[in-house]
Design a protein around this ligand. Structure first.
Ligand code: DMJ
Length: 456
């Protein structure tokens, strides 16, 4: 089924928005997000590996030809360093590792080089935004006193390690290792990492902590950096398990109805709200269970299962059986959105991602069943003639489409669904880690390095 879904999403993108960043499936035209400046083709680059994995050979070939002929980084564009890294660099790296086609390696390294000026700050903590022509960077105007964002500068590590590996140029790895150094020098309130860090002073901004938006993939990349290093990156490992310990103590709570959730922390006060984005953490805890301090392994798997259940409840308690952007555990509600502006669903993957990890790690059939419920809801409410659309209010049965087919729907949501219903030996966890946009990157173990050394 996910293959048919991918075909529908791709064919319509190709028909109505080819070469543009994303598709507007209702108005049947291109959608351009300012996150990518005027770099074009986000959906193509994000979808390359999904096409490859699903063996959509013709489509992969057209996508590759588009990359060869049209993907151009010599543009005057202000881009989000994080978004371009996870979607474009990540997408190109995976396409290279899966297909072995040199063009993807070349483009990935070329783009990586364009991103380097973002690190020209007093601390080396990169800017959020960068003009890739002038090399001038700045931060989001809304971010606490000119801060950079934890989930943004903390989500470069996997791709940059691979860029150094593939280019032979250590500069990429040096940039991300320096980020860790800065973080390790700082005091962390209650062992937690605030979402904001000022790249000039090297001091935290507001003490807000989140495992959802603004924080999320920083934690994911600590764990995955360790896994991707063939479990040699002890620093990444320690930072991850220490952080999870602090999260468990200060952020994880159980509702009176017995649902485990991860709250947000604002200067010591809890906001009992969990974002859809936070739902990825179920899969992360389960993936990290194996390496946890020995008395903690069971607890990490259990946390993964509990978060998966809570996030499933957030879907099940809506009219459309698709989850809201954020749900709350206060004012008498549990796992329900109470604010109008938190009721939307934009084709996000995190809940299905967690089902996929839980399925692979436990083989409990309920995760496939929950994934199937999501497929049915997507087909019923998000599929339209011109592709797939997000929904403005998952509690209302009146149709209200947002008219955007997000590129991560093709790279993540559909890929994780496909993996959920495939055998475990398709992209096995022993050999691959997924970047935060679901782009698989191979584990670089010590043996590989040795082999390459002797080949040289
Ligand atoms: C994706 O771009 C990535 O998964 C990112 O980590 C968070 N936001 C979207 C999907 O929701």
């Amino acid at each position: 089924v996910s293959l048919q879904m991918m075909k529908h999403a791709w064919d319509n993108y190709k028909r109505y928005a080819w070469g543009l960043n994303e598709l507007k499936p209702i108005s049947k035209q291109g959608h351009s997000s300012n996150l990518f400046g005027n770099i074009q083709g986000a959906t193509i680059v994000d979808a390359l590996d999904t096409l490859y994995i699903m063996e959509m050979k013709e489509e992969f070939k057209e996508a590759k030809e588009w990359v060869e002929q049209n993907l151009d980084f010599n543009v005057n564009a202000e881009i989000s360093v994080f978004e371009v890294n996870i979607r474009f660099v990540g997408g190109l790296l995976s396409a290279y590792y899966l297909s072995g086609e040199e063009i993807f390696r070349k483009k990935a390294v070329e783009l990586g080089e364009k991103l380097l000026p973002a690190f020209n700050t007093p601390t080396g903590i990169p800017w959020a935004l960068l003009n890739i022509k002038s090399g001038i960077g700045r931060n989001w105007p809304w971010a606490s006193g000119g801060s950079s964002i934890l989930a943004e500068f903390g989500t470069l590590h996997l791709e940059f390690i691979h860029l150094s590996h593939l280019s032979g140029n250590p500069v990429f790895a040096e940039k991300v290792m320096n980020i860790r150094k800065v973080l390790n020098r700082l005091d962390k309130p209650e062992g937690l990492y605030p979402n904001y860090l000022n790249p000039s002073s090297g001091q935290w901004g507001q003490h807000h902590v989140s495992i959802g938006g603004l924080g999320d993939s920083f934690y994911e990349y600590l764990l995955k950096a360790w896994l991707m290093s063939g479990k040699t990156d002890e620093e990444g490992r320690k930072m991850y398990y220490d952080a999870v310990q602090a999260i468990e103590t200060h952020l994880i709570r159980k509702s009176s109805g017995g649902l485990t959730y991860i709250a947000e922390w604002k200067g010591g006060l809890l906001e009992h709200k969990m974002g859809h984005l936070t739902c990825f953490a179920g899969g992360m805890f389960a993936l990290g269970a194996d390496g946890a301090p020995s008395d903690k392994t069971g607890r990490h798997i259990e946390l993964g299962a509990e978060i998966a259940r809570t996030c499933h409840e957030s879907y099940d308690r809506t009219s459309l059986k698709l989850g809201p952007e954020a749900f709350r555990f206060d004012g008498g509600v549990e796992a329900i959105a109470t604010r109008q502006n938190e009721k939307y669903y934009i084709l996000r993957p995190e809940v299905i991602e967690t089902y996929m990890y839980m399925w692979r790690l436990t083989h409990d059939p309920k995760y496939r069943q929950w994934g199937w419920e999501a497929v049915e809801a997507l087909e019923k409410y998000c599929r339209v003639d011109g592709g797939y659309s997000g929904i403005r209010d998952v509690y209302s049965s009146r149709q209200s489409h947002d008219d955007v087919q997000q590129s991560f729907f093709l790279s993540e949501t559909l890929k994780y669904l496909y993996l959920l219903f495939s055998e475990d030996d398709l992209l096995p966890f022993e050999h691959w880690v997924f970047n935060t946009e679901a782009h698989p990157l191979p584990i670089l173990d010590k043996d590989d390095e040795n082999k390459e050394e002797t080949q040289k």
